[in-house]
Design a protein around this ligand. Structure first.
Ligand code: GLU
Length: 432
């Protein structure tokens, strides 16, 4: 069983979407299931409505999942398992206060050593524990031997017991810590394969240790994805617009193009332009590069243009708010001028808007406008052009510049000869 486990704490990060896509593809390839788990136990950071946003984004990308779980509904199980570990003496109550722990952290920092919990409370006797009325957390005893797992991208990884530490699994208020909730849920929900960002690598030995302590033996396969870098080569953060899937969609990048780009990123693929369905046929997580991948906006733009051109004319028209499929043909011509719908749409709308004369060519503009309003219909651009030239006695720049403005309301744009077939039946509507 594969899963995607986002936290509803902000706009979905492009890196998270990449993990969702990879999990979905691998689930389809293997015939294993795929489920969604909303990791909403950090109530202070949850944002209302973000779970809905996640569902909508997945739907827009064609990522369908089976069950949808909310982590918060499992809290009673997290608590029960913590109690079981305490009764089996695999976990223990810790009465250390935050101030005491902070002082020890400071001390370690001063001595230039990595802080590890010193197991003070592990040494407490039953009597001391039972008579203590101070609030306590529950810590899982650190493992006795190293924890090793194989990562499909990073290879074999081993973590020493001291680096895993006797870490907190239940807070003083008895809510589960992140790693504990996640490890238990993966166990309860029969997860067999986890693909997620490499920021979770250091969580994995803890999660493995939690499940092993509970006697769970189902093996989980991992792939931790290298981070995505921004154009400066730094980790792509919230400050980078492209880190937000919502932002990319609002710019008019198509879900199919974004998915194509994210599958291509840091990967070896048999071709450059493809659909999610096609990728299911050949995708191999083991081909994902170990090194971080740089997000290249220009590449995404090129891929988006290809996906726009592959749409039906009607689909393209609808994206720009038109019903008429011919407007989709115009849109496709304008993929030479823009890459995202948000860039192309205003250019197409300008064709149907009232026109302004180019500076210095006001007279020529008016002359051509009058002729055009009364001109017959021409099938080909050459006949259309010859007729206008002859009637207006204009040529060169004095002809083409005002004509371009009359047809497109712009100084620059596609070759008029290329545009004409798509607009020829609208000339009377356009010239105003
Ligand atoms: N909730 C975690 C996140 O959004 C993902 C945890 C996981 O995939 O195990 O980064």
């Amino acid at each position: 069983m594969y899963r995607f486990a986002p936290s509803p704490t902000g706009d979905m990060h492009t890196g998270n979407l990449r993990a969702a896509i990879f999990n979905f593809i691998c689930a389809r390839q293997s015939g294993k299931g795929f489920y969604l788990r909303i990791e909403d136990t950090d109530t202070a950071r949850n944002i209302k409505g973000k779970d809905r946003d996640i569902l909508e984004i997945l739907k827009a990308f064609g990522i369908t999942c089976g069950n949808i779980y909310y982590q918060s509904r499992n809290i009673r199980f997290h608590q029960q398992f913590a109690m079981q570990l305490v009764s089996e003496k695999k976990a223990f109550a810790c009465f250390c206060t935050e101030e005491e722990l902070e002082a020890k952290r400071e001390e370690a920092k001063k001595n230039g050593i990595a802080y590890r919990y010193d197991n003070t409370c592990l040494k407490l006797g039953d009597e001391e524990i039972l008579t203590n009325e101070k609030p306590f957390t529950i810590r899982l005893k650190q493992p006795e031997s190293p924890i090793t797992f194989t990562d499909d991208i990073k290879g074999v990884l081993t973590f020493e017991p001291k680096d895993i530490d006797s870490f907190v699994i239940l807070r003083q208020n008895k809510t589960p810590m992140y790693n504990f909730a996640c490890a238990i849920d993966d166990m309860l929900e029969n997860t067999t394969d986890i693909i997620r960002g490499e920021d979770h690598v250091s969580n994995t030995p803890k999660q493995e240790h939690i499940r092993a302590s509970l006697g769970y033996t189902q093996k989980i396969t991992y792939a931790h994805l290298p981070i995505i870098l921004n154009h400066e080569g730094k980790k792509m953060s919230k400050r980078d617009d492209a880190s937000s899937v919502k932002w990319l969609l609002e710019q008019g990048f198509l879900p199919s193009a974004i998915a194509n780009y994210l599958i291509l990123l840091g990967n070896k693929t048999p071709k450059e332009i493809f659909t999610l369905q096609e990728a299911i046929e050949w995708f191999n997580i083991k081909n994902i590069s170990k090194s971080p991948a740089k997000f290249d906006m220009d590449k995404l733009r090129q891929i988006n243009r290809e996906h726009l051109r592959a749409l039906s004319d009607r689909e393209f028209a609808n994206l720009m708010g038109f019903e008429d499929e011919n407007i989709g043909i115009i849109g496709k011509i304008y993929t030479e001028e823009g890459s995202a719908v948000k860039e192309i749409e205003p250019k197409v709308k300008a064709i149907f808007a009232p026109k302004n004369a180019p500076e210095g060519f006001e007279k020529e503009f008016d002359t051509l406008k009058t002729i055009l309003q009364n001109a017959p219909y021409f099938e080909g651009f050459d006949d259309f052009k010859s007729y206008l030239m002859e009637k207006s006695s204009l040529k060169g720049k004095a002809f083409f510049k005002p004509l371009r403005h009359l047809l497109t309301n712009s100084e620059h744009g596609p070759e008029l000869a290329n545009l004409y077939p798509a607009v020829k039946t609208y000339i009377k509507e356009i010239v105003k």
